[in-house]
Design a protein around this ligand. Structure first.
Ligand SMILES: Cc1cc2nc3c(=O)[nH]c(=O)nc-3n(C[C@H](O)[C@H](O)[C@H](O)COP(=O)(O)OP(=O)(O)OC[C@H]3O[C@@H](n4cnc5c(N)ncnc54)[C@H](O)[C@@H]3O)c2cc1C
Length: 413
């Protein structure tokens, strides 16, 4: 009996071209950017929670946005203000530049209604494997979800957010509690109060941040640049309500609560991601602000301008961007060490007060992580608000790291 000829198995083509893991700021923005600019690409976004985006108000300066990203993203902004101001004990300054906000609950409902088939919530990636490790140019992945479902994709991008385990002696924190408040009467504000540091400086550099959503709705956050991550939410909530009162705002009710504790790197972090990474997961963010949006938007802009959106090109592009940001990150980590190691907690505001006297373009480049040589000179010139010897001790990543000691804990009233 002659044997039936062996049938060559058809290759199993991946179901999607690109699978984005994690529907936070980075995952949603990348997903949207690809949908708007490469509508023929088959992509999917998976998110482990029942909703995308968590509970966040993401804000950024207009100068943090690459112009091409602004074109497709601005229709999704919750609000744009045309100016903002900063208040310090010896400085008050207005800036006539736009400031934007994206609210996660608004972004998620827009995306879910526009692209319901391509977004899977309640879908957590449990494990992944490369289907052809011996031939990486083919790539192709299979991922297993926590519900034991298998998904296949030609490429993966890991947007799973913060890693959460940073050695405590190598990071400081920007931590905050925010309340969306309904007021009894109009507040009368027309612009954002980005920092109001004319307040008691407890637990490090401390300021209030105010976003007026409408005539009678407002977000107020109480923020601390602290050496530790403890956040006494009840106490801080009371502080916010007290601050509202001092500003003449009569609070009718609390509409929403938000909190965060962002790591601010003082030293380089060991991190080797196996998948292409974007957002907080990639550790590519401004070490002084803990904000990821400027670098995330810049990296998405570079991805979208690739001539071919294949997984290998995307991975190369992301790695290149991460490396290109490292010299900026190194300088910003040095500024963090000046702030957290060389300066007394109750005097930290003086460094920021001096910073806000700089020319506006330098301030914008600082936020977007694009500081130039002249900006560095400006940032370091003049009488330093920290002892010179202590500042010198913090000069290089390596020297300071060898001498790193736990700073005296801040007051935590
Ligand atoms: C309250 C708050 C406010 C902030 N405000 C600003 C701001 O105004 N401007 C700014 O630039 N930065 C801000 N940040 C800092 C930073 O930009 C945010 O943390 C931002 O959300 C980071 O985006 P991301 O997409 O990298 O991570 P996340 O937004 O944390 O998204 C990661 C997502 O991945 C999901 N996920 C995790 N594991 C899996 C898995 N196994 N499978 C599937 N999904 C998974 C998570 O559920 C989450 O939704 C803020 C941070 C906080 C906490």
């Amino acid at each position: 009996m002659s044997q039936a000829p062996k049938v060559k198995k058809p290759p199993q083509f991946p179901a999607t071209d690109l699978l984005i893991i994690g529907g936070g700021l980075a995952g949603m923005a990348l997903f949207l950017g690809i949908k708007k600019n490469h509508p023929r690409l088959k992509i999917k976004l998976i998110e482990k929670e029942s909703q995308l985006g968590g509970n966040h108000t993401w804000c950024f300066h207009d100068s943090d946005l690459p112009p091409r990203v602004k074109q497709w993203l601005q229709g999704y902004f919750s609000k744009t203000w045309n100016s903002y101001e900063v208040r310090f004990p010896s400085l008050q300054r207005n800036f006539k530049s736009p400031y934007h906000a994206l609210r996660s609950f608004e972004m998620q409902s827009r995306l879910l209604s526009e692209f319901p088939e391509d977004i899977l919530t309640n879908t957590a990636m449990k494990s992944w494997r490369c289907l052809s490790p011996e031939n990486p140019s083919l790539l192709g992945y299979e991922i297993k979800t926590e519900a034991e479902k298998l998904l296949r994709s030609h490429g993966l991008i890991d947007c799973r957010g913060w890693i959460n385990q940073y050695p405590s002696e190598k990071v400081a924190f920007q931590k905050f509690v925010g309340l969306d408040l309904k007021l009894k009467k109009p507040h009368g504000l027309t612009s954002v109060i980005l920092k109001d540091a004319a307040c008691p400086q407890i637990d490090g550099y401390r300021f209030f941040y105010t976003l007026p959503w409408s005539e009678t709705e407002i977000l107020i956050e109480d923020t601390y640049y602290s050496n530790h991550s403890i956040l006494k939410e009840d106490r801080i909530e009371q502080e916010i309500l007290k601050y509202a009162q001092t500003q003449g705002f009569e609070v009718e009710s609390i509409l929403r609560r938000e909190k965060g504790c962002l790591p601010l790197f003082l030293y380089p972090q060991e991190h080797i991601g196996e998948l292409p990474e974007l957002g907080a997961k990639s550790n590519t963010f401004n070490p002084v602000t803990g904000y990821t949006s400027p670098q995330t938007f810049q990296m998405i802009d570079q991805i979208l301008s690739l001539s071919a959106l294949d997984p290998a090109s995307i991975q190369r592009c992301l790695v290149q961007q991460q490396k290109a940001f490292e010299p900026q990150a190194k300088f910003l980590r040095f500024l963090n060490r000046m702030l957290f190691n060389a300066c007394r907690p109750d005097k930290r505001f003086k460094i920021l007060q001096k910073f806000y006297t700089l020319p506006e373009p330098s301030i914008q480049r600082f936020y977007s992580g694009q500081i130039n040589f002249l900006d560095k000179v400006r940032l370091l010139s003049g009488k330093p608000p920290v002892p010179v010897f202590k500042a010198l001790m913090e000069l290089t990543d390596k020297f300071a790291s060898n001498n790193s000691k736990k700073s005296v804990p801040d007051l935590n009233l």
